[in-house]
Write a protein that binds this ligand. Structure first.
Ligand SMILES: [Zn+2]
Length: 140
């Protein structure tokens, strides 16, 4: 019997044990990235980030969003209308009696937030992200 590697949806290019993630991430980032937590709105300094640059995954460093796709959604969470191609993946989240589309890092599986179909053009998508799951690198 041969088992297909791609059959296991939980295997990501960056795979670490829970203990490794816990040791590496600060507690707030661990709660969001590994336990699907949600930061309190308005608490992330990245809400006000307006410089040019790139937002990376706080778990594995993958480039996820270009600053040019960020917009002010008024929600209190950093919001983007499009991720860098291939950097994120989605799954359906049915918690809290709602059906939402969960967004995670395609490289490490870390939970980033949700995507909603009420964003601005050109995509009409609103990637509602937890700032704690991102790290910003200003353009040099
Ligand atoms: Zn990642």
């Amino acid at each position: 019997m041969f088992k297909s590697k791609t059959a296991d949806a939980d295997v990501f290019p960056v795979a670490k044990s829970d203990a490794e993630w816990r040791a590496e991430l600060d507690p707030a980032a661990y709660k969001v990235l590994r336990e699907h937590g949600t930061e309190r709105p308005g608490t992330s300094p990245l809400n006000a980030e307006k410089r040019d640059g790139v937002f990376h995954c706080a778990g594995c460093g993958t480039a996820l969003f270009e600053a040019g796709t960020k917009f002010e959604s008024g929600t209190g969470w950093p919001s983007f209308f499009a991720p860098i191609e291939g950097a994120t993946a989605t799954t359906t989240d049915r918690s809290f009696f709602m059906t939402r589309v969960e967004v995670h890092c395609a490289n490490c599986g870390g939970h980033l937030g949700h995507v909603f179909p009420d964003g601005p053009q050109p995509t009409g998508q609103r990637y509602c992200m937890n700032g704690v799951s991102l790290s910003f690198e200003p353009k040099a």
